[in-house]
Structures are given as C-alpha cells and as structure tokens.
Design a protein. Structure first.
Length: 154
C-alpha cells in the first residue's frame, strides 16, 4: 500500500514523502497517526497505470502460484480408458496453454497417434487422407473461421 508519511518514526527525512509499504505496516502507521493512505488514482489515467506497475513490481511470487507452461510445437497423446463406465479412449492435443480431447482423430493428428488410437479402440483405421484432401479440408476450415468472425451473436 502507498502511504504519505506525516511523521516517520525513525527517519525524519522521509516526512511528507510517499512510500510503498506492506499492508500491515501501513495499517499500524495510519493507526498511530504517523501516515495517511494515498488514494488510488482514477482508473484509465496514466497515473493509474503507473500505480499498477509499481504494485506489480513489488509483488513477490507465492509458493502456491502456478505458472502454466506454453507448449509449442503441439504434443499429441492417446489416453486409454481406465476401465470405468464413464471413461473412453481419446486423443489429447496439447498446444499453447490449451489441452483438447478428441473422440476421433482430427485432420492434423499424426498418423502414428491415429494408428495407436484405432488399435486401442479395436477398430480398423479409416483410410488416410491424401495431401489434396487434407489441404481442401484445412482450406474449408479456414474459410469457416473467417466467416464465423462476422456471425451475428446475441
């Protein structure tokens, strides 16, 4: 928290200056009348952004903070069913910050992953798409993605 010292207990040269201190120290200083809290700047102003930067710079990582890894290039894996009635064999694609599960091999799935998936499912693999069919499917998906940006949403 940011406070303005009115009467610093040990360093008089800090009187009438602003300083970032812990919440506990600010509470004690304000209760003793040694400081006043500095109100946060109005949102949307440059002063507000500077104030937030100062707060972020003082942040200390905690033991329970989690950093999600960014995965690039994509990682593919086949998850087997664990035997319960609700579990199914699926393909998992991890890319970026996301994990996506598929119940059938998608177009961009590597052939060895699709083969392993069909082996676990006990099915015969579908015929592999040739390069022209894959390119046509990818182009159709890109066109759909472009059109979906202009869909009217409610």
């Amino acid at each position: 928290m940011k406070i303005k010292w009115l009467q610093h207990p040990t360093k008089p040269q800090l009187n009438n200056t602003e300083q970032h201190v812990s919440r506990e120290a600010a509470s004690v200083a304000v209760d003793f009348g040694q400081a006043v809290l500095c109100p946060p700047p109005k949102r949307g102003t440059n002063e507000y952004l500077q104030w937030r930067r100062e707060q972020s710079a003082m942040a200390v990582p905690q033991a329970n903070d989690v950093s999600i890894p960014y995965i690039d290039p994509p990682q593919w894996e086949v998850k087997e069913s664990d035997g319960s009635n609700f579990s199914v064999c699926r393909i998992v694609k991890k890319h970026g910050f996301e994990s996506t599960s598929f119940l059938a091999p998608p177009l961009d799935c590597p052939p060895n992953i699709a083969k392993r998936f069909y082996e676990l499912k006990g099915k015969t693999p579908q015929p592999a798409l040739d390069a022209a069919q894959r390119e046509a499917a990818r182009q159709a998906q890109e066109e759909y993605n472009q059109r979906s940006k202009t869909f009217k949403r409610y």
